[in-house]
Structures are given as C-alpha cells and as structure tokens.
Design a protein around this ligand. Structure first.
Ligand SMILES: NC(=O)c1ccc[n+]([C@@H]2O[C@H](COP(=O)([O-])OP(=O)(O)OC[C@H]3O[C@@H](n4cnc5c(N)ncnc54)[C@H](O)[C@@H]3O)[C@@H](O)[C@H]2O)c1
Length: 358
C-alpha cells in the first residue's frame, strides 16, 4: 500500500472503525521502513508533534506512528495537530495559572497543553499517578511550567487539595477547567445497578461540583477568575447513558446558576458541551472491566446513531474542543458568562441518502 493510499484510508477510517485492524497492520509495516532514534521514540510516546517536526520527521510518519500505536481512528483525529501545529495564540495566557482536572489524558491534556503553550502555568489535577507524571513530563519538555496534583476529586478534600497545590506552586489561580467525567457504561437505564449509577455520579458530577466550590476563595483572593465546565451533548439526548446524561444536565444547571451568583465577584462561569471526540487510546480506561458482547453491541449501536446524527458528520478532535475551551477561558470571552457552548450538535441532517442535497 503506498503512502497516499494509506493517508486516504486513514482519513476515511475516522468514520469507518471496521477497517481499523487492517489499517493498523499497514501502519506497522510502513513504520518498519523508517529508522527512528531514541529521542524520536520518546517524542512519539509523548505525542510531541512539534518536537518531531522540529527534528525533521515527516508528518506522514508521525501520523503512521499514531495509527500503529493508537489505531487509525485516533490517527485520523490527529491530522489537524500534525498539519497545523502553529495555529495558536502565543502569550494569550501569559502570567495566568490554570488548573485543568482530569488532564492526564484526552481532552484535558490537550487543554493543558494549549493553555500552557499560550503562556499559562498549569496544574494537572488527576487521580491517575503514572499518566499524570507522564503528562507533566510531556508539558515540561515543551517548556511549560506544569505541576501535578494527584488525588480523587470526587471528594471535597481532594478538590480543596488540588486548588491548594496550585496556590502553593504558583501563588494563586485564575482559571479552572472542570474536565473530569465521562460515561463508564453504555446500556439501557434499567440495566444499571445502584452501584453503577453511584459510580457514574461520582465520576461526572461530584468533581465539578467540589472543584467549583473549592476554587471560589482562591478567585476571590485574586479579584476574579474563570471557570469552564465540560458538559456533553448527552445532557439532552444521552441514549444508553442516562446516569451520565443526568450528571451533565446538572453541570449545565450548575454553570448557569453559579454564573449568576459569582458575576459580581468578577468570576465568569461557562460550559463547553462536546459531542463525540477522537482522542488517543486511553491510558486510564473508564471502566474496570472489558465490555462483554452485549455491551459492545449497545456501544456499536450508539456510535452508529451518533455518526448518522452529527450535523458535521464526523467526530471532533481533542484539539477542536481545546480551542473552544481556551477561548472561553481567555479574556477574549470577557463578556460571556452563564453560557453553554455546544460543539458537535446533532439533529436534522440533509444527506445524499435522502436524495436531498443542496
Ligand atoms: N471523549 C468524548 O467523546 C467526549 C464527548 C463529550 C463529552 N466529553 C467530556 O469531556 C471530558 C473529558 O473526556 P475524555 O474522554 O477526554 O476523558 P478520559 O476518560 O479520557 O479522561 C478522564 C481523566 O479524568 C481522570 N479522573 C477520573 N476520575 C477522577 C477523579 N475522581 N478525580 C480525579 N481525576 C479523575 C482520569 O484519570 C482521566 O485521566 C469529560 O467530562 C467527558 O464527559 C467527552
């Protein structure tokens, strides 16, 4: 398979996960033809695209490496990082201190990287110790001032400790991105046990609620601040994820109401509600066990449904989500509070299938 054919196939794979296995094998075979030294291996492991490009590694090789390691689904999602590594605003967050929760991987890590590259000092607050250390190393190698606050944010004490860590490391804080969350199980509501529902709430509601409360005293001491909560379009139509949907609905209510309460303290509160987002393979999985056959079937049904409903007919990239989150966290959004910004809207879609093409 030639390089152009692989590139085309990788792009198409973002909407056809069924081809994933074959493409991954092709990517492995392709990578073998290239010699990559130790430093480049490290940069690949840290997904440091800028570093790789600076060393003259061809973008296609980087993309193939993503495909080989994480599967073409993720590689296709990383196409824009590979091709547009310069498209951010230097200095936008100079002098600011940001706490990003759940930032050891996924959307959170991309947000931490974006805020850090644009000048912020960053605290990664996450429960996963190993991935947090790796993320800190990744950010520090890019020249970003970053520290980790490892702890469980589903408790009030964990949230308070994370904010205190930011204060101790950088003397105060200005931005809080509440990113911890994510559906653990996907199945009809009546199949959820009591323990599972509690686990979903622990993961998707408590960390945001506790962190919002814990940050207020720090923002007051600073004379203001910004909170960006991460919701989900599942808040309004979360098929097979009812406990998660309920939590994300609560995140929306929290955002709107807290914005009212805190406006006079010069604290803005907004929410970004993503739809399906491509990210690299998770270092920390959401569930404790592998999905069984029935759960996999429900998951596939859900993915198919979302694929049909997304207006832009594709998953977003983590970078696209980070762009919107960074905008709301920045002074460019200084007159916006209490808003919920949906990225990945679903709904009525004109398609060729319906014989309805403008
Ligand atoms: N990925 C998507 O397709 C998608 C779509 C819509 C909304 N979202 C939302 O975006 C956010 C990020 O999603 P993701 O897929 O990048 O997340 P992820 O599951 O890949 O990572 C979540 C991180 O949170 C950490 N974490 C979990 N529980 C924690 C706790 N109690 N205390 C501290 N840290 C904890 C994990 O260790 C992990 O590093 C979530 O709020 C999710 O609901 C994601």
């Amino acid at each position: 398979m030639g390089i152009n054919a692989i590139e085309k196939a990788l792009w198409q794979a973002s909407n056809k996960p069924a081809d994933a296995k074959r493409l991954r094998e092709d990517a492995h075979a392709y990578l073998k033809e290239f010699r990559i030294d130790e430093e480049e291996r490290w940069l690949l492991a840290a997904w440091d695209v800028r570093g790789l490009i600076d060393r003259g590694v061809h973008p296609m090789i980087i993309m193939m490496a993503f495909a080989a390691v994480n599967g073409p689904f993720a590689a296709a999602g990383y196409q824009d990082r590979v091709h547009e590594t310069e498209s951010f605003f230097p200095g936008r967050f100079a002098g600011k201190v940001a706490v990003v929760t759940g930032a050891a991987q996924g959307i959170g890590l991309e947000v931490a990287r974006r805020l850090g590259q644009e000048g912020a000092s960053v605290v990664i607050a996450d429960v996963a110790q190993g991935p947090t250390s790796q993320a800190i190393e990744f950010l520090q190698r890019m020249g970003i001032a970053a520290v980790g606050a490892t702890g469980d944010l589903s408790t009030a004490a964990g949230a308070e400790a994370a904010m205190a860590c930011a204060h101790d490391a950088f003397g105060g804080l200005d931005i809080l991105v509440n990113n911890v969350g994510g559906a653990i199980w996907m199945k009809p509501f009546w199949y959820f046990s009591e323990d599972e529902i509690r686990a979903e709430v622990d993961r998707t509601l408590w960390p945001t609620l506790w962190c919002c409360r814990a940050v207020i005293e720090h923002f007051r001491a600073r004379g203001g601040g910004v909170i960006v909560n991460i919701g989900s379009n599942a808040a309004s139509d979360g098929v097979y994820r009812i406990p998660y949907s309920a939590c994300k609905g609560a995140v929306v209510s929290l955002t709107r109401s807290l914005a009212v309460e805190l406006a006079s303290l010069n604290i803005r509160v907004n929410c970004v509600s993503p739809g399906g987002t491509n990210a690299l393979a998770r270092k920390t999985p959401r569930g404790k066990s592998e999905a069984d056959e029935q759960e996999t079937q429900w998951m596939n049904q859900f993915v198919k449904l979302v694929g049909k409903e997304e207006l832009l007919s594709k998953y977003a990239t983590a970078r696209e989500q980070a762009s919107v989150i960074a905008f709301l966290a920045s002074s460019e959004a200084s007159h916006i509070t209490g808003e919920v910004l949906e990225t990945g809207r679903r709904g009525l879609r004109i398609s060729e299938e319906l014989g309805f093409v403008p």
